[in-house]
Every structure is written in structure tokens, then in C-alpha cells.
Design a protein around this ligand. Structure first.
Ligand SMILES: Nc1nc2c(ncn2[C@@H]2O[C@H](COP(=O)(O)OP(=O)(O)OP(=O)(O)O)[C@@H](O)[C@H]2O)c(=O)[nH]1
Ligand SMILES: [Mg+2]
Length: 294
């Protein structure tokens, strides 16, 4: 008990012992230090309180660092990041394995995939990144959907389709995920008349091309190739927004290209193939661009 401490000190001490969080404890302890009598007889008490305070501040730093630890992210690669979302056992891993270079475990048991899984799909001379979102829908995995360009909602044709659609759209909406969606019915070699849904069988690889085409179309981009003089076109190609110009392409390829740009030659299937153009030329899907620099 401190010598000559006033009632305010004891009130702060009570707040300290009742504090629930580290921040509250720090606040009460700082008040105790301020209110403690300052004389020879209380030196040991003050030293003790200050030691406790410094320990608590360190603890608070650790707590805050844990709280702000970076969320799980997957660096975007290729033309677009596409997430596969579906209820457990709908065939997300099977689809990922069929479309990409991934080799993810497929299981007859629910929740085989516990962490997001990534694979690269090659289509139309372009690369796309596909991610399987675990059906546990934990916040860390759902967070990945926010940065994605497109969501594949995978439905299991052997289960109630409407119920799955309802549950999955509810999850997306409640997480404010209003992204482009492609509905895909898996385990379904025979398709109904629903034009908005792609039917496929991921396991036997039936209907995959239709999905790839739909993915490309729904991204609403154009594909452009670069090429060096007297060399074949470069693969993979580049994907640009519609109405992109040679300037946009040059920026994408190398930041110095614009400064040293002389002209570009465009090769395509029109009668103008091989002509010289400037930075303002509006690129068309499948154009091959040869940039000449000073
Ligand atoms: N017949 C048929 N079976 C499939 C197809 N796709 C997946 N399956 C089967 O469905 C089961 C679940 O497949 P997964 O690919 O592991 O499904 P998932 O959605 O990744 O499941 P979790 O990761 O556990 O949530 C496995 O037994 C697969 O063999 C398909 O196109 N046709
Ligand atoms: Mg899986």
C-alpha cells in the first residue's frame, strides 16, 4: 500500500484490477503512476508500476500486430484471377485439375480442400489464374474473392440446383461480392435449355471448352500479340481492354517503349496487314504488333 495515496489513486487501482483489455489496463496504470505520491517511501512502488506499464505496452504491440497481420492473398498472375465457389463435393478440385496444371486432392468426403488452391489455365494463347475457394467459406478465403475478376459458381447437378444457387448467392451477397458470375452445372453431361448456365462433367472433361470460351468472353477483353521483327509472334499473348491503343500496349510491355517509340507495324487478317501505325492506333482482337523503337 503506497504511503499517503489519495482516494483517486485507489479508484484508478480498482479500475486497473477490473480492466478487461490490455489498453484499459495501460490507461488505469498510467493514472496510478500519475496519482501515486512522489517521495522516498513510494519510489519502489513507482518503479514497480512503471515496469508493469512497459510490459503491458509491449503486450499491446504484439496484440495489434496479430490483429493487423496481412490477410491471405494470392498474387494475381496471367490475364485474370478467377475463383471457383461451390458447396462441398460439387467438384471444385476436379474442375481445377481438369482446367489447369494443378494437382489437388479430390475426395468423396466433404471438405477435402481446406485451403485455397491455385492453378494456371492456358487457353486462346493466354494464361488465367484459377483459385478453388474452400467450401468452409472462412473469412480469409472469402477475402480472395474481393480481388478476383470473375467468379465461377459451381453447382452439383446430382443435388438440388435451386437450393445451391440460393445458398451460394446468399454467401456472395452477404459479403458484398457483386462480381461477374458464370454459373456452371457439374456432373452433368446432358444439358437443359438454360442458356445462362454452362453444363459440363469435370471428371470426364466434357464441356470444358465451352466454359473456357465463356470465361474469355465474359472478361470483355481483346487479345493482342507482340512480335519482334523477323520473328514469330510471342506467346503468351497479352489481354487488353477493348479500345486499347498501341500506346496502352507499349506501356504494358515496357515503360520506356513510349519514349523511344518510332512506329508499329500491325499484322492481321485484313488487307491492311503490315501497315505502319502510330501510338494512337486502336487495337483489334488478334492483332499482331511489331514495335519499332529509335
Ligand atoms: N461423376 C462425376 N463426379 C464428379 C465430377 N466432379 C467431381 N466428382 C466427384 O465428386 C466428389 C467430390 O469432388 P471434389 O473435386 O473433391 O469436390 P470439391 O468441391 O473440391 O469438394 P471439397 O473440396 O471436399 O469441398 C469426388 O468423388 C469426385 O470424383 C464430375 O464431373 N462427374
Ligand atoms: Mg476440393
Amino acid at each position: 500500500m503506497p504511503v499517503n495515496a489519495g482516494p483517486e489513486y485507489f479508484a484508478a487501482e480498482r479500475r486497473y484490477s477490473e480492466a478487461k483489455t490490455t489498453a484499459e489496463k495501460i490507461k488505469a496504470l498510467e493514472e496510478m503512476i500519475r496519482l501515486a505520491p512522489k517521495h522516498k517511501g513510494s519510489e519502489k512502488l513507482l518503479a514497480d508500476l512503471r515496469k508493469r506499464l512497459s510490459k503491458l505496452k509491449k503486450e499491446l504491440l504484439v496484440e495489434r500486430r496479430k490483429l493487423h497481420k496481412p490477410k491471405f492473398t494470392i498474387r494475381k498472375e496471367g490475364v485474370a484471377q478467377i475463383c471457383i465457389v461451390g458447396l462441398t463435393n460439387s467438384g471444385k478440385s476436379t474442375l481445377l485439375n481438369s482446367l489447369t496444371n494443378a494437382n489437388v486432392e479430390v475426395g468423396i468426403y466433404p471438405y477435402t480442400t481446406k485451403k485455397p488452391q491455385v492453378g494456371m489455365m492456358f487457353y486462346n494463347d493466354l494464361q488465367f489464374q484459377l483459385i478453388e475457394i474452400p467450401s468452409t467459406f472462412d473469412p480469409e478465403s472469402l477475402n480472395l474473392l474481393h480481388s478476383s475478376d470473375l467468379i465461377i459458381v459451381l453447382l452439383d447437378a446430382t443435388q438440388d440446383i435451386d437450393k445451391q444457387k440460393y445458398e451460394l448467392t446468399k454467401i456472395l451477397e452477404s459479403n458484398r461480392l457483386f462480381k461477374k458470375i458464370i454459373f456452371v452445372k457439374n456432373k452433368s453431361k446432358v444439358c437443359g435449355l438454360d442458356n445462362d448456365t454452362v453444363c459440363l462433367d469435370a471428371k470426364s472433361k466434357v464441356g470444358l471448352d465451352e466454359l473456357k470460351e465463356k470465361i474469355w468472353k465474359s472478361l470483355d477483353l481483346i487479345k493482342v500479340y507482340t512480335k519482334a521483327p523477323n520473328k514469330p509472334k510471342d506467346i503468351p499473348a497479352l489481354a487488353l481492354r477493348k479500345n486499347a491503343t498501341v500506346k496502352d500496349l507499349a506501356k504494358e510491355v515496357h515503360k520506356d517503349f513510349i519514349k523511344t517509340f518510332k512506329f508499329a507495324r500491325i499484322y492481321n487478317s485484313t488487307k491492311f496487314s503490315g501497315r505502319k501505325v502510330g501510338l494512337d492506333y486502336k487495337l483489334q482482337d488478334n492483332d499482331i504488333v511489331e514495335i519499332h523503337v529509335k
